[in-house]
Design a protein around this ligand. Structure first.
Ligand code: PEP
Length: 248
């Protein structure tokens, strides 16, 4: 059985004052029926680990592909571990766009992160143009093949399907569209890694998940939880999404 997961990506938001949201989240979910993960900005990882209750995992939002070295401004996987992270998000579409990251960069980062002992949340997603030209499954299949390294297991890999056009826009694919892509990702994982890893890997949906649409999305086949941006910043909103996941 896959343990469902609610993951929050705070992106470039939050200062120490935001840590009170983590406290509120831990108080509201002292014994959650799903795994909880919050990925704050790197500056807050240690404080978040020290503040958050144990049932909330803390993650980074990116790491460098090299284990260390002359890379001004970058953060290594070992540094994330040292700061208190147990997960890292890789290949988010904002990293792919803002920093020109391709599938092979994401794959190398993932390899380095796994070697450091981190679990990885690898993001895949099509643009609106790719969706409208009926290329979604080709794009997702290519990103999956190119971004996920061979070293993964069902425990250290989480895949997030995040259509780029749904992130932060309030637009959400239809439930059929979400189900089609999640079923496709499951089939590709099983084909590449075998039934064991293929069936135990969590596949999250991300893109404008809110308390109002979460229950419908969580009822879709092969949706094992959500990667949530905007609605993870406030404990009350994220808590409602967690409750919808626990009830799914
Ligand atoms: C995200 O950035 O991963 C995301 C899903 O953002 P939002 O929930 O705000 O659309």
């Amino acid at each position: 059985m896959r343990r469902k997961m609610a993951a929050g990506n705070w992106k470039m938001n939050g200062s120490t004052a935001a840590l009170s949201e983590l406290t509120a989240l831990g108080d509201a979910h002292s014994d959650p029926k799903c795994e909880l993960l919050i990925c704050p900005p790197a500056t807050l990882i240690t404080a978040a680990r020290n503040t958050a209750a144990k049932q909330i995992a803390i993650g980074g939002q990116d790491c460098h592909e090299a284990p260390s070295g002359a890379h001004t401004g970058d953060i290594s996987a070992d540094m994330l571990v040292d700061a208190g992270a147990s997960y890292v998000i890789l290949g988010h579409s904002e990293r792919r766009e803002d920093h020109n990251e391709g599938d092979s960069d994401v794959r190398q980062k993932a390899r380095t992160a796994l070697e450091a002992g981190l679990k990885v949340v690898i993001c895949l997603g099509e643009s609106l143009e790719e969706r409208e030209s009926n290329n979604t499954l080709d794009i997702i299949g290519g990103q999956l093949a190119g971004s996920i390294p061979d070293q993964v297991t069902g425990e250290n890999l989480v895949v997030a399907y995040e259509p780029i056009w749904a992130i932060g826009t309030g637009k959400v694919p239809t439930l059929d569209q979400i189900g089609e892509v999640h079923d496709f990702i499951r089939a590709r994982l099983e084909r590449r890694f075998g039934a064991g890893i293929g069936r135990s890997t969590r596949i999250l949906y991300g893109g404008s998940v809110k308390p109002t649409n979460a229950a419908d999305i969580f009822a879709v086949s092969n949706v094992d939880g959500a990667l949530v941006g905007g609605a993870s910043l406030k404990a009350a909103d994220f808590s409602a999404i967690i409750t919808a996941l626990e009830d799914a």
